[in-house]
Design a protein around this ligand. Structure first.
Ligand SMILES: *Cc1c(COP(=O)(O)O)cnc(C)c1O
Length: 230
C-alpha cells in the first residue's frame, strides 16, 4: 500500500511543480511516519524515501535506533526543552522552534555534542488558538535573538495550516508565509538563511507547492489514516 500511495503522491507533487513552473528538485517530500510501524517505514525506504518526520521525541529516537543511519529525521512536532538533549544529533532539521527558550536549549545541547542544529521557526500563520507557533508580527525579535546563537542555524519557516475542507482556503496562508520568508531574507541577517519553507500536509500539499513550499510533510497520504486508540 505504501508504495502505491507514494506513487500517487509523487505524481501529484510533479503536477503541482509543473503548474507552478517549478522544478521537482525544489521540493522535498518528508514522509510523516508518526504512529506507524517500522515495517511501513521500510516499505517507504524500498521506494527510495530517506526523509522521515516524527512529532514525538520518544518515537523518533526509538525508530532512529533500529533503522539504518542514512535516513534523515525531521522533528516536526512541539518540542519540550527537557527533551532537546535526546534529539539534537539525530535530526537534520527541527521544524517547530517557536520560543527563544527552546532555541537556547537547542544551542546548549548542540554545543555539548559539537553539532550545529538546523531549525525552522514555526509560525502560527492563521492565528489559531489551538496551534503552537509565533505570530508573524512577533517573529523579528525572536529571529534577531536566535541568530546570535552559535550552534543553531535558522533555515526558514514552518507552518501547520488550518484544518480545512477545501485546500484552496489555505492558499492565502501559504502565500503569507512565503512573503514573510522573503521579507526576512531581504534583511540579510547574519547566520539566518531563509531557504526552507515547510508547509503543506496531506490535505493541502499541492496548493502549498504552488505557493512555494520547499518541504511538504505528508503522513496520511503515504501511510494511511492514523489510529490513535491503539
Ligand atoms: C501529522 C503531521 C503531518 C502530516 O499530516 P497528514 O495530514 O497525515 O499528512 C504534518 N506535519 C505535522 C507537524 C504533523 O504533526
Amino acid at each position: 500500500m505504501v508504495k502505491e500511495n507514494l506513487k500517487i503522491v509523487e505524481e501529484k507533487i510533479n503536477a503541482a511543480c509543473l503548474r507552478a513552473g517549478r522544478s521537482r528538485e525544489e521540493v522535498t517530500l518528508v514522509a510523516v511516519s508518526k504512529t506507524k510501524p517500522i515495517s511501513m517505514i521500510e516499505e517507504a525506504m524500498d521506494a527510495g524515501i530517506i526523509e522521515f518526520g516524527e512529532n514525538k521525541v520518544q518515537e523518533l529516537t526509538s525508530k532512529y535506533e533500529v533503522l539504518p543511519k542514512n535516513l534523515n529525521w525531521h522533528l516536526i512536532g512541539h518540542l519540550q526543552t527537557n527533551k532537546v538533549k535526546y534529539i539534537v544529533d539525530k535530526t537534520v532539521l527541527i521544524h517547530s522552534v517557536d520560543s527563544l527558550k527552546l532555541a537556547i536549549q537547542i544551542d546548549k545541547e548542540s554545543a555539548k555534542k559539537n553539532v550545529i542544529s538546523n531549525i525552522l521557526i514555526e509560525v502560527n500563520i492563521a492565528k489559531e488558538d489551538t496551534k503552537f507557533g509565533v505570530y508573524a508580527e512577533d517573529i523579528y525579535p525572536l529571529i534577531m535573538e536566535i541568530s546570535k546563537l552559535k550552534h543553531v542555524q535558522i533555515k526558514g519557516l514552518m507552518t501547520i495550516a488550518p484544518f480545512v475542507d477545501e485546500p484552496e482556503k489555505n492558499r492565502i496562508h501559504f502565500r503569507n508565509l512565503r512573503q514573510l520568508n522573503i521579507d526576512i531574507k531581504s534583511k540579510n541577517i547574519d547566520n539566518v538563511h531563509m531557504d526552507i519553507l515547510s508547509m503543506g500536509m496531506t490535505g493541502d500539499y499541492e496548493v502549498a507547492i504552488e505557493e512555494g513550499a520547499t518541504i511538504v510533510r505528508v503522513g496520511t497520504g503515504i501511510f494511511g489514516e492514523r489510529n490513535y486508540s491503539i
